[in-house]
Design a protein around this ligand. Structure first.
Ligand SMILES: Cc1cc2nc3c(=O)[nH]c(=O)nc-3n(C[C@H](O)[C@H](O)[C@H](O)COP(=O)(O)OP(=O)(O)OC[C@H]3O[C@@H](n4cnc5c(N)ncnc54)[C@H](O)[C@@H]3O)c2cc1C
Ligand code: FES
Length: 258
């Protein structure tokens, strides 16, 4: 983990979403890891905001992120202009497993909301490694679907479910997952709203290894402030773990809310 200043090379907006490209020293990362990003915007907000890595290009010294403007910090990241600088601390946290299942079986990735960017990065990395990937994305409406072109570029066809039926199947993304589970995938990986993660974990329990990436409000991002603690089952006990350090990716079976 290194904290460095990076230059905004591009910031492409679509509604509340912005695809932010930062240029500078890039430390190789793995899908599921994140950065704490803070623009040079004066005193407030004081702390950086955790944003998952969407992709990296080591040859061009670039990292990409997808930011949704929801509050003060993310709105400021969304508003960044090319040429401005950002304090970027990372890569932080653990990452999704890249092996460990039957290589003959595909893996299912489930993404919703701002959980889609790390899953798009994971789809790219797994495809490069020769793994079979099934990508299920859920959204409220067609307008909320993210990164479809980027996912398709990796050779993976996104399966879509929207609440209002404006794209893909009408219903929840877990409906898509239920069908895929009938074909016994090697593993399931998920990132998105907590209700979605709980439903995914319940469907996978006892059937297939499942890993989920949790969100938590974060102060430091590297294990010091304890603002991001969650409860995790370990050796028959329930213990505190830091989402920023031991996570954000946890085995679903280890989460007491399963
Ligand atoms: C590991 C990790 C990876 C993330 N990756 C991305 C990403 O790739 N793209 C992206 O757009 N966002 C991502 N987020 C969420 C992002 O960090 C928050 O949206 C951001 O910190 C909100 O800050 P703010 O100042 O804009 O909003 P605030 O003013 O702090 O809060 C605005 C609203 O968002 C809620 N909120 C704040 N932080 C979180 C949080 N972490 N989880 C759930 N609700 C929250 C608040 O309760 C409030 O309702 C990630 C979060 C984590 C922990
Ligand atoms: S955010 Fe500070 S310990 Fe996790």
């Amino acid at each position: 983990m290194v904290s460095k200043r990076m230059r905004v090379a591009a910031n492409v907006k679509r509604g509340p979403y912005a695809t932010l490209t930062l240029q500078g020293e890039v430390i190789p990362s793995h899908p599921g890891q994140f950065y704490m990003l803070r623009g040079e915007w004066g005193i407030s907000p004081l702390l950086g905001r955790p944003i998952s890595i969407l992709g990296e290009d080591l040859a061009r010294s670039e990292i990409r992120f997808l930011v949704k403007a929801v509050g003060e910090g993310s709105r400021l990241l969304h508003a960044l202009k090319p040429g401005e600088t950002v304090q970027a601390t990372g890569p932080l946290g653990n990452h999704f497993p890249l092996s460990g299942w039957d290589p003959q079986s595909p893996v299912v990735l489930v993404g919703g909301g701002v959980g889609v960017p790390p899953m798009a990065y994971l789809a790219r990395r797994l495809s490069e490694n020769g793994a079979g990937v099934i990508f299920c994305q859920g959204a409220r409406t067609k307008e909320d679907l993210l990164l479809l072109d980027e996912i398709q570029e990796t050779g993976v066809t996104p399966h879509i479910a929207t609440d209002d039926g404006s794209a893909g199947e009408k219903g929840l993304v877990t409906g898509l997952l239920e069908r895929e589970l009938e074909y016994q995938p090697g593993a399931v990986f998920a990132c998105g709203p907590e209700a979605m993660l709980r439903a995914v974990a319940r469907l996978c329990r006892g059937k297939v290894p499942c890993y989920v990436s949790l969100e938590a409000a974060m102060g430091c991002g590297y294990g010091v402030c304890l603002s991001c603690v969650t409860r995790v089952k370990e050796a028959g006990k329930v213990v505190n773990q830091r989402v920023c350090k031991e996570g954000p990716v946890f085995e679903a079976e280890a989460l007491p809310w399963l």
